[in-house]
Design a protein around this ligand. Structure first.
Ligand code: C2O
Ligand code: CU
Ligand code: CU
Length: 490
């Protein structure tokens, strides 16, 4: 197995900022990291044009300064904001020592040419200009961008490359949503060694999907989020981690889910906790209806499986005693951020109706996709879809534009590891999990398929022809073969 490591740039950025950052966010963005680089780029007059430099830079994350992969010196990268109908132009300059590219996760845009084309490769030292138009009927939602170069996706996202791509529209204009205080929550973990560099991944990390021990919200440790008594807080959450799952709970408060990966749902759904697999997003409202105090946003322990087989077979620093389902994310609840009551408001209600989610017709084609892993050549594990690793030249699925398909995603991983399945360009709806109908309609682009589980999804192939991919969003698994090509034809 080929491993690529980040080239380390000297030790310019060493130095530990000791104090924990208790930051009153409003806005969360402009603090500490004193650079002039904007943290948000917003489209003007139907046009968003941005210069992006992907490079190793000294970046402050949490209480550390580290040499991270960054866009314009930032990790997470700047937030991009556009509207339906806008034209987007991004000049990506690659100052890394390896090829890269950009993927627009969740956007329904063309996969061809200079659009969401993950087959493009921008060589070190080169610049490439992406240009695409967001369809005028595109839903508003929380999307994101990150590199997607095969074999480099995990190391580049883990190293720091990822940012939000927000489409503003109808959802944002609902009066109750508009009245809420909006905060973005980018969940991202990092691993930084004593010299301030990202150490190479070990074998176990590659197999399980690498998790970093420094868990941050918008690159900060335990930032404060303010809420007024009676007011509404809108949290727009993104799991931008390469492999880490987040099982979120807010002390004494529930979440009112108003949008999923692909935008608004019909009516709010109350959740006491929220599991976000890598790549997933959620848009929730929180009501300031508790005794004014400080409440913790917690990451609860979650076991995402795996390790039994690898522990038995590989003898690679794992010991024999790990047992089954060893992919535990944390032993105890971990505080991610703090909700701080400040001031009071006239009590704001939750919205009743958020959006409409179409009921999809019966599918014309059904397919079965099995997710698994196995020993490949030598000692290397491979991750498979339908019994084979990714082949960039092979078309695994050909679908017809304008049709609706139903895919049965079956996790047959002998190691019972969870695998979040993601499809580019066309959002889908979850029909059922293990035969249990999904309780409400929602647009998704990433769905968790737990060890042993079968999930049925329904996909309308709309607007765009071309070649794109579907894959596990544990990015080490994607890089190790858990991906396929789909060609949509007219
Ligand atoms: Cu966010 Cu193909 O991935
Ligand atoms: Cu994607
Ligand atoms: Cu996976």
């Amino acid at each position: 197995m080929k491993r690529r490591h980040l080239i380390v740039l000297g030790s310019a950025g060493i130095g530990i900022v000791a104090a924990l950052n208790w930051v009153k966010t409003r806005p969360l963005a402009n603090r500490a990291t004193a650079t002039m680089t904007p943290t948000v780029y917003t489209s003007q007059n139907g046009f968003l044009e941005v210069d992006f430099t992907a490079a190793v830079r000294s970046v402050q994350v949490g209480n550390r300064t580290a040499n991270l992969l960054s866009y314009n010196g930032k990790s997470p990268g700047p937030r991009l904001e556009a509207r339906p109908g806008d034209t987007v132009r991004i000049h990506l300059q690659n100052q890394l020592d390896q090829p890269t590219n950009l993927h627009y996760h969740g956007l329904h845009i063309t996969p061809q040419g200079t659009g969401d084309n993950v087959f493009l490769s921008v060589a070190p030292g080169k610049t490439f200009t992406y240009e695409f138009t967001i369809p005028a009927d595109h839903p508003a939602g929380t999307f994101w961008y990150h590199p997607h170069h095969h074999h480099h996706a995990a190391v580049q996202v883990f190293g720091g490359l990822a940012g939000l791509f927000v489409v503003r529209g109808e959802l944002d204009d609902i009066p109750e949503v508009k009245a809420a205080q909006e905060e973005f929550i980018v969940l991202k973990d990092y691993e930084i060694d004593r010299a301030g560099n990202v150490p190479p991944a070990d074998h176990t990390a590659l197999m399980m999907g690498r998790e970093g021990s420094l868990v941050t919200v918008n690159g900060q440790i335990n930032p404060g989020l303010s809420i007024s008594q009676g007011g509404l807080l809108r949290l727009r959450l993104l799991n931008a981690s390469a492999s880490r799952f987040y099982r979120l709970q807010l002390e004494n408060h529930s979440f009112q889910l108003i949008a999923t990966d692909g935008g608004a749902i019909a009516t709010p759904v109350e959740l006491s906790e929220l599991l976000l697999a890598p790549g997933e997003r959620a848009d929730v409202l929180v009501q300031g209806n508790q005794t004014p105090s400080t409440y913790r946003l917690l990451n609860l322990p979650y076991n995402r499986g795996g390790m039994a087989m690898m522990g038995g077979g590989m003898g690679h620093g794992m010991g024999g005693g790990m047992g089954h389902r060893g992919g535990r994310s944390a032993e105890a609840p971990q505080p991610l951020a703090s909700l701080i009551y400040q001031g009071s408001d006239t009590t704001l209600p939750f919205p009743q109706q958020i959006g409409t989610v179409a009921t999809l017709p019966e599918p014309t084609v059904t397919r079965r996709i099995e997710l698994s892993m196995a020993m490949g050549h030598g000692m290397a594990m491979e991750f498979w879809l339908n019994g084979q690793p990714y082949d960039p030249q092979r078309i695994d699925i050909e679908a017809k534009l304008g049709t609706v398909e139903e895919w049965e995603l079956v996790n047959v991983d002998p190691d019972q590891m969870d695998h979040p399945f993601h499809l580019h360009v066309n959002p889908f709806q979850i029909i059922s999990r293990n035969g249990q109908p999904e309780p409400y309609h929602a647009w998704k682009d990433t769905v968790l398929v737990k060890g042993g589980e079968t999930v049925r999804i329904r996909i309308p192939f709309q607007t765009f022809t071309g070649k794109m991919v579907y894959h596990c969003h544990i990015l080490n698994h994607e890089d190790l073969g858990m991906m396929g090509n789909i060609q949509i034809v007219a």
